[in-house]
Design a protein around this ligand. Structure first.
Ligand code: ADP
Length: 474
């Protein structure tokens, strides 16, 4: 597959050569995309700026119609788009299909919600004054997205931006740009006017520099690491960009001693092993109350040992490869460090790194402690370390003892203990007996160094709107 930029309604392969897109399950080349840089990014922003005045004046009803055509095309072609995703990213095909459906859900939800961008009127303190509040689209939006959800991370930015009346320039991750290219082809087929949606592939740092310095850009929306998020935030200070940042996580899972253990194991499996542990909301560290550690860890070990590892295109595979060598090395390092510091491997603890494909076996570690890397940094792999705790208060303190604050999970059947945890965990997303809380209609995002702003829900639309106060003297 030969990927292309989509700029001002035209496809092109301009740039400094091409970037190979590799299949992490086989080490084979899936295709190429052009290695675009400053020039392509500038052209795309200028096209978006030119298209903005007309697009922002169309009705939300018209925009919703186009979005729903795009939504329907995406679902009609979900198998094909999902196969591209599995080939370039590695996730099991069933998960890739799920991701396309999840992406489509953002498009349909925001197509509808765009019709509910309400301003308001405020009673004035003088008879001859009127106070009116209008909402309007922020303007040209640029987005930078990561490889772990090649469709959904882009869709959940693009859908609210378009619904709000913004025009859009996307830069997909270098490792997984082909899914985005195919999604743009479907968007073109849906009939968005030229310049409204643009796609540039290539050098992240060069494109990122233009995104954060071009005077026509009004908003940057980014999902990726905290480190790059901070760098982009610094760069964005030059043009005072409106920012939404979805950054790293280090999610705790707390299992209280009154939890339904079967359900807790199911929830942990779903949270921990989705996408081979490569999501920013994957449970990273598991705190289990003393008294149920043995039963819980045995059941988690049994469930984990049944997971099928392999090429995501093969029938029944639940754990695909890690995306690249760096990802694999980090996981191997975390496990080795934990073992050196006293953890016991209940299952897994090894992998295979041959022919440029990197598979790590789903792993459960017992006797984890707070000195281990795995309890302090995002592992981004299929490793479940279990540490025991005594009191609910201790669990909350352990969970909050991090600079991250994206997602946290806990399992309990008690209303009062659950309420205590829900209210005291410093996290933007809390799953209570729920390992998979993400939904298009709910605000997703982090506290602390996990980011700024929310995606999804009405907050996700608000992120693409400016507030204008009009004071009228009659
Ligand atoms: P991840 O580990 O999820 O890839 P990164 O933060 O490294 O997280 O990358 C997320 C996205 O940011 C990717 O699309 C990547 O290409 C892009 N990116 C990386 N470095 C920069 C940079 N200096 N400027 C702009 N974008 C960048």
């Amino acid at each position: 597959m030969q990927g292309r930029h989509y700029i001002n309604g035209e496809w092109s392969t301009d740039g400094d050569g091409v970037i190979d897109v590799m299949n992490p399950a086989t080490g084979e080349r899936v295709g190429t995309v052009p290695n675009g840089g400053e020039e392509e990014a500038t052209k795309a922003i200028e096209a978006a700026a030119e298209a903005f005045p007309d697009w922002s004046k169309t009705t939300a009803y018209h925009r919703a119609e186009l979005m729903m055509k795009w939504h329907d095309l995406l679902l009609k072609n979900k198998q094909e788009v999902a196969e591209i995703m599995t080939k370039e990213m590695g996730k099991p095909l069933a998960e890739a299909i799920g991701e396309i459906e999840y992406s489509a859900a953002f498009i349909s939800w925001f197509a509808e919600e765009g019709k509910r961008v309400y301003g308001r009127s405020i009673p004035a303190s003088k008879e001859d004054k009127r106070i009116q509040i209008n909402k309007q689209p922020v303007g040209v939006v640029v987005s930078i997205t990561p490889w772990n959800f090649p469709a959904a991370m882009m869709a959940r930015k693009m859908a609210p931006a378009l619904a709000a009346g913004c025009t859009f320039v996307a830069k997909p991750a270098k490792l997984t740009p082909l899914t985005a290219v195919r999604i743009y082809e479907l968007a073109e087929e849906a009939g968005f006017p030229k310049g409204v949606i643009n796609l540039v592939t290539g050098s992240a740092s060069k494109i990122g520099k233009v995104f954060t310095s071009h005077p026509s850009v009004r908003k940057l929306t980014f999902t990726g690491s905290t480190e790059i998020g901070k760098e982009l935030m610094k760069q964005s200070s030059e043009t005072m960009l409106n920012l939404s940042l979805e950054l790293g996580g280090h999610a705790p899972i707390i299992v209280l001693d009154d939890a339904n253990i079967e359900e807790a194991v199911k929830g942990v499996m779903a949270s921990k092993f989705r996408n081979a542990g490569q999501t920013c909301v994957c449970g990273n560290r598991i705190y289990v109350q003393e008294g149920i550690v043995e039963e819980f860890s045995q059941k988690l070990q049994e469930a984990t040992s049944q997971l099928k590892v392999g090429n995501g295109l093969d029938e029944g595979v639940q754990i695909g490869p890690l995306v690249d060598k760096d990802g694999y090395d980090k996981v191997a390092k975390h496990v080795q460090d934990a073992v050196d510091k006293g953890a016991k491997v209940l299952v897994g603890g090894d992998g295979s790194a041959e022919n440029d494909s990197y598979f790590y076996n789903p792993t459960v570690l017992l006797n984890a402690n707070s000195d281990m890397l795995v309890m302090n940094e995002e592992t981004f792999g299929p490793v479940a370390p279990i540490m025991s705790f005594q009191t609910d208060e201790e669990a909350v303190n352990l969970a909050n003892d991090t600079r991250f604050g994206l997602a946290a999970y806990f399992f309990t059947e008690s209303m009062s203990r659950g309420t205590y945890l829900a209210e005291n965990l410093d996290y933007g997303i809390v799953g209570w007996n729920d390992g998979l809380p993400s939904a298009a209609q709910a605000p997703f995002g982090g506290m602390k160094e996990s980011g700024i702003g929310r995606e999804g829900g009405k907050e996700g639309l608000e992120a693409f709107l400016e507030t204008k106060y009009i004071s009228i003297q009659l």
